[in-house]
Design a protein around this ligand. Structure first.
Ligand code: PMP
Length: 405
């Protein structure tokens, strides 16, 4: 017998399961509404024009080398990424209260953030972190990997297909003082439902009163409102209120740099006294994990963030992606309500934001869509909007209509 024979077979993440099934499906009309990646109207990956331009600039430098980056990353990148998140004139940045580390995209930022908390957060009792119910499933694996127990707070109200704000606030109020809460900064995955500015203010108030720690994950900056600053509003508001927090930042979606693994972890301190120690310990953790982060994506993003022209072009590209997402939402809504007269309320399709739509379909209906029409979505009824395009949207709406009757 082999020493590995006792290794248990893992249960596959539902996203991977559905993607595998989609890939082997031979049906000509099959539709992938599972993976959270942007596609153009031809269902092809979209390399942002600004990324093409930045790549050309980068690669035409004859002195481009492949040396190691510093342990905490490319300084031009970490500085510019922090400015993008907090605003260039943020007092936290001006005061030197933000410690930034370049990470392996958003996943790496979440891992490093959880690892750092596990080691250094002043835990009272068990190490636990509250995740929204539902959330991106990988958060569970990420926090468990570093020895933190995941708990949940109510987020989604299935009856009204809306935010369960009372439930959310209730858990914030009853959780032990000093608890850690993971908040998605914008374009919530999987529900597409974000708190309003007024609700964020109420959340912040309870977080302050209960002395909680805010663990922000920001994987979709720009893709909710189309505006990078607006999508960072909640994070900036918490910083303004001097709430202890960290932010995980990803450039996978908003710059289309999925495979380049470019992201950052920002830890915001209430004063700069501890900055040197925090910076040092992050470097120690990073060194043991990856020694130093990859350079290519960080160089591309720092070019874009430090050139006014490229930055402008990037904001334009983000608007292009976001406009297509909105157009697909509007068209799906129009087809269901005006053409097929599908029973029920479908307003949430246009009210939700970002890449995902929680359709309200139950697991049986979701499964029926896959089995009967070869339309692949999660059994929670979540669809990834970029999988819709002008060629397949009528087919999707027609079958959604049949399933919802
Ligand atoms: N957070 C959320 C909510 C996500 O949906 C994702 C990707 N699906 C990530 C973080 C991390 O993505 P990446 O590691 O590619 O930046």
């Amino acid at each position: 017998t082999d020493i590995w024979n006792s290794v248990p077979l893992p249960s596959l993440d539902s996203i991977f399961k559905m993607t595998l099934a989609y890939n082997i499906d031979k049906h000509p009309a099959k539709v992938a509404l599972v993976m959270g990646v942007y596609k153009d109207d031809d269902n092809c990956p979209w390399v942002l024009p600004v990324i093409k331009k930045a790549t050309h600039i980068l690669l035409s430098n004859p002195d481009l080398d492949h040396e190691y980056l510093p342990v905490r990353g490319l300084p031009e990148f970490t500085d510019a990424a922090a400015k993008l998140m907090f605003g260039p004139t943020s007092p936290a940045l001006v005061d030197g209260r933000v410690v930034t580390t370049q990470t392996l995209s958003g996943t790496g930022a979440n891992h490093m953030g959880a690892l750092f908390l596990n080691r250094f957060y002043p835990w009272v009792g068990t190490k636990q972190i509250y995740l929204s119910d539902p959330t991106w499933p990988n958060f569970y694996a990420i926090v468990k990997n570093v020895g933190i127990e995941p708990l949940t707070y109510p987020y989604y109200d299935p009856k009204n297909i809306a935010l369960d704000f009372d439930g959310f606030l209730g858990t914030l109020q009853t959780a032990p003082r000093g608890s850690v809460f993971l908040f998605q900064a914008c374009a919530h995955n999987p529900t597409g439902i974000d708190p309003t500015a007024d609700q964020w203010k109420q959340i912040a108030e309870v977080v302050i009163n209960r002395n909680h720690f805010a663990f922000f994950d920001c994987a979709y900056q720009g893709l909710a409102s189309g505006d990078l600053d607006k999508d960072a509003w909640a994070v900036r508001y918490f910083v303004e209120k001097n709430i202890p927090l960290l932010v995980c930042q990803s450039f996978a979606k908003n710059a289309g740099l999925y495979g380049e693994r470019v992201g950052a972890l920002h830890i915001v301190l209430s004063n700069k006294d501890a900055a040197t120690q925090v910076r040092g310990q992050l470097a120690v953790l990073q060194r043991s994990e990856i020694s130093s982060p990859p350079s290519h994506g960080a160089r591309l993003v720092s070019l874009i963030l430090t050139s006014a022209d490229l930055f402008n072009e990037w904001t334009h590209d983000i608007k292009t992606m976001r406009s297509r997402l909105i157009a697909m939402r509007k068209e799906l809504h129009r087809l269901l309500t005006e053409e097929f007269h599908t029973p029920g309320n479908w307003e949430h399709i246009v009210n939700q934001v970002g890449m995902y739509c929680y359709t309200g379909l139950n697991p049986d209906q979701s499964k029926a869509l896959t089995d009967k029409a070869h339309i692949y979505l999660l059994d929670t009824g979540r669809i990834s909007i970029p999988g819709l395009n002008s060629k397949n949207i009528r087919y999707c709406a027609e079958n959604l209509d049949k399933t919802a009757r």
